[in-house]
Write a protein that binds this ligand. Structure first.
Ligand SMILES: *Cc1c(COP(=O)(O)O)cnc(C)c1O
Length: 469
């Protein structure tokens, strides 16, 4: 068949638009959107026909197939862009997959905040205007022992606001070993510059001594800045200054110490067999004047940047014009308040905050989950080699970079077709299962699977194995 001939066999946009198969969609979706999708589906089909025109075995599609193709294109085009995915990577705080999951208990608070009026900036006792920040103050003060609190959009904003308020036009002294870059191009020197402060680097990449800081102190000094190197470790011939000593030095000159802690923590994780990471409370207790940290890393709450510390430094931040630009909305406040209240009872927090729960899952529990998944897959998926293996999950989010979490995974090797195609179908299919490929196997680390994901994963594997093409 010649190119012109087979292309003529495709229906027109109008023909498809009028077809019975589209009747229900015509009422549900805007006509322009439908037409665009039809046009694009036809363009795809045309390209396919052209590609196959010299293939003697090629038979042009029948009307039903063409209609099904168009229909699925319309539905796909109309899907929301932000989609639910299944995290089978084992990385608990996965920035690309939405970081922390909120505790179940937050649901009611979120619904109320979204669908009813509230006292966001209204003092119910006086009947006068209130502040949105009061809702979080008491709980955060109780959890950290801080004098004062401010919450902004994220930790990057918190650092920016603290620096802009405290060092503008002056110098921030920082160790060369702490000039870090966090994912998403957050670089300490750039942030400092943007906030109007001047960088005064001291020491070297691997070693900084107290006298390095001492020598740099001068009339131009505004603060001493510490950045918790949360996403990497320098090992070997290293030395850094004890925070307590640094605070003593700064305070003897009447200067404050600010620490960007990155991931905030209210719980000492060493009790659960994990590497000790400084908690917010411990950091303040060492004498640090202002500490900033994220709401949605190890804390397991909504995206937020929390600033805690001495009132004399935080009060001016509240008056800074930037605060208005960086402020949190009512949904964040509702979710953060409900999450933080869980931490007042550590045991409850460990059980109910998904981030905490996932990083402290025992190998025994993980083995059991992997076994259940393996057996269900074995029963329903006949065209794949399945195994249960040991693996290592990560905490993620630039937190605890050296912490290896021993875990269990189900691995899949499809008998037909390529592994890469299988991985793509898992990712783009109905359930969007995001796993990893290791040693020629698709790996599903069960640590980050939710209870309700277990059946969906089986279904997804079944679909991905069958649906070849
Ligand atoms: C993650 C991180 C940030 C940025 O926090 P966001 O909440 O993602 O804005 C800043 N500093 C450190 C040390 C971090 O680990």
């Amino acid at each position: 068949m010649t190119k012109v001939n087979i292309l003529r066999m495709l229906p027109s946009v109008d023909e498809i638009l009028k077809s019975e198969a589209l009747e229900a969609l015509r009422d549900a979706l805007p006509a322009v959107r439908i037409k665009n999708s039809i046009r694009e589906a036809l363009t795809e089909l045309r390209a396919e026909y052209v590609e196959k025109q010299n293939d003697p075995e090629f038979i042009p599609y029948d009307q039903d197939t063409i209609q099904a193709r168009v229909l699925s294109r319309i539905l796909a085009d109309h899907e929301t862009s932000l989609k639910r995915v299944i995290n089978a990577t084992g990385t608990v705080i996965h920035t690309n997959l939405g970081r922390s999951l909120l505790p179940d208990i937050v649901k009611d608070a979120l619904l109320d905040a979204a669908f009813a009026f509230n006292n966001l900036e209204y003092d119910l006792n006086t009947g006068a205007r209130g502040s949105r920040y009061t809702h979080l103050e008491n709980t955060i003060r109780e959890l950290t022992g801080a004098e004062d609190v401010l919450v902004v959009n994220n930790n990057a904003a918190a650092v920016m606001l603290a620096l802009n308020t405290m060092v503008s036009g002056k110098e921030a002294i920082i160790s060369r070993g702490e000039l870090v870059e966090i994912g998403g191009s957050f670089r300490v020197p750039e942030v400092l510059k943007l906030s109007g402060g001047l960088l005064r680097e001291v020491g070297t990449t691997n070693k900084t001594h107290l006298w390095d800081y001492e020598e740099a102190l001068c009339d131009e000094t505004g603060i001493i800045l510490k950045v918790h190197t949360s996403n990497y470790h320098i090992i070997g011939f290293t030395e850094s200054v004890d925070t307590k000593d640094l605070c003593k030095l700064a305070h003897s000159k009447g200067l404050p110490v600010v620490e960007d802690l990155g991931s905030g923590l209210f719980v000492d994780l060493s009790q659960y067999g994990l590497t000790y990471e400084p908690t917010v409370k411990d950091t303040l207790a060492k004498g640090v004047d202002v500490v900033t940290f994220s709401g949605d890393k190890l804390l397991g709450g909504p995206q937020a940047g929390i600033i805690v510390g001495k009132k004399k430094y935080i009060a001016p931040m509240k008056k800074n014009q930037l605060t208005r630009a960086l402020r949190v909305d009512k949904m964040t406040i509702a979710a953060l308040e409900a999450t933080l209240r869980l931490y007042l009872d550590e045991e409850r927090a460990m059980m109910q905050v998904p981030t905490m729960r996932m990083i402290t899952r025992t190998l025994e529990e993980l083995s059991e989950r992997a076994e259940v998944l393996y057996r269900n897959l074995l029963r329903k998926c006949k065209t794949a080699h399945l195994d249960v293996v040991d693996c290592v999950s990560l905490v993620g989010g630039g937190s605890l970079p050296q912490q290896e979490l021993p875990s269990r995974a189900v691995t899949i090797a499809p008998m037909n077709g390529s592994l890469n195609d299988f991985e793509r179908r898992m990712r783009t299919g109905k359930y969007h299962v995001i796993g990893s490929i290791h040693k020629e196997r698709f790996v599903i680390d069960v640590r980050t699977l939710l209870d309700q994901d277990m059946e969906k994963v089986v279904d997804a594997v079944k679909l991905a194995l069958k649906d070849r093409g």
